[in-house]
Design a protein around this ligand. Sequence first.
Ligand SMILES: *[C@@H]1O[C@H](CO)[C@@H](O)[C@H](O)[C@H]1NC(C)=O
Length: 356
Amino acid sequence: MKGTVFSELLALALSVRVASAGRGSAFGLRDLKSLVTFGDSYTDESRLGYFIENNGEAPPVGWESPASDSTASGGLSWARIVSNSAGAELYNYAISGGVCSNKVSPRHFDAINAPFPDVEGYEIPAFIADSHHKVGKKPFLNLPRHETVYAMWIGTNDVGNSAFLTDEQIKGKTLLDYVDTIYSSFDKLYKNGARYFVLMNLAPLHLLPQYAGPELDGPDATPFWPNKAEAGNATAFHERIKENVVTLNELFKYKTPVEVTFKRRYKGANFALFDTSALITDIYNNPNRYLKGTPNVRGWINNCDLTGGNCEKADCPESYLWFDELHPSVRTSEIIAENFLAVLNGKSKYATYYSS
Ligand SMILES: *[C@@H]1O[C@H](CO)[C@@H](O)[C@H](O)[C@H]1NC(C)=O
């Protein structure tokens, strides 16, 4: 089974090279040499772990973030699967628990007695510092302008509990401030030489077990939200997160062409808006097409107590959409990776392409 997935991925990876070797692809990428990622636990491999193991200290400039097969998906991150199958470098700055901006909706993390590091305040500056770092005479990062893709997938925590869902954003901030910090992060990357961007929209968070609500078998409490029941009405939370996700994703759809094509905010850059929401919703609605065995889209693989301990894993993980109440499974990560490569190829039905 794994072999099949990987050979599919390999075939796709090879076709990225061949099909886009010339011009004419909607994304215009020649080849994928390096992938630079920003985001949260949906992408993080080991960076938050460094903070935890070092009393909240950030990794030094020039730290090589190790690959890991034990991420929040229960296995490889989608970004590592892309990198492995395309033979590309992965420079992964994502931080589990992180939001786009701690000036908008910081979330406290007891283990480091500070907010989770954010995209705006930590991830982007850490990448930019690394991009100027040299090892001897050699740049620490290999970032050929026309063969490097910058992907951003951020928002699960921003719109979730301990943030906008429970009105814990900084007073006066709105969801538009969250959106603005995504585009202003792209400004900084663009200024640093980035020209190929993939914006991954919000996953259908209302379908996650944690936010599913009682109608969709959502649990009353999870390790990521142990006091959910006391926090309020689960049906109302489900409806509210759904409204926010749907509206924000529609906003990305209209704002991206306005910023990129109409205002020419990032001259000469290429953008793909990857509709991960549509892809994951498609898996939810048509699980037989994507998942193995007897598909399960409401349950999850890793069953733990509310402290995150005493975990027991379900059999047949490849039949699950979710790894736990808050995270996609490895199987879902493989599907995301496969579609990400198709996005780069300029041919994905889940992507819209913009350039200026
Ligand atoms: C919970 O919220 C839903 C939808 O907003 C509403 O229909 C329902 O009456 C609420 N339940 C309680 C117990 O307040």
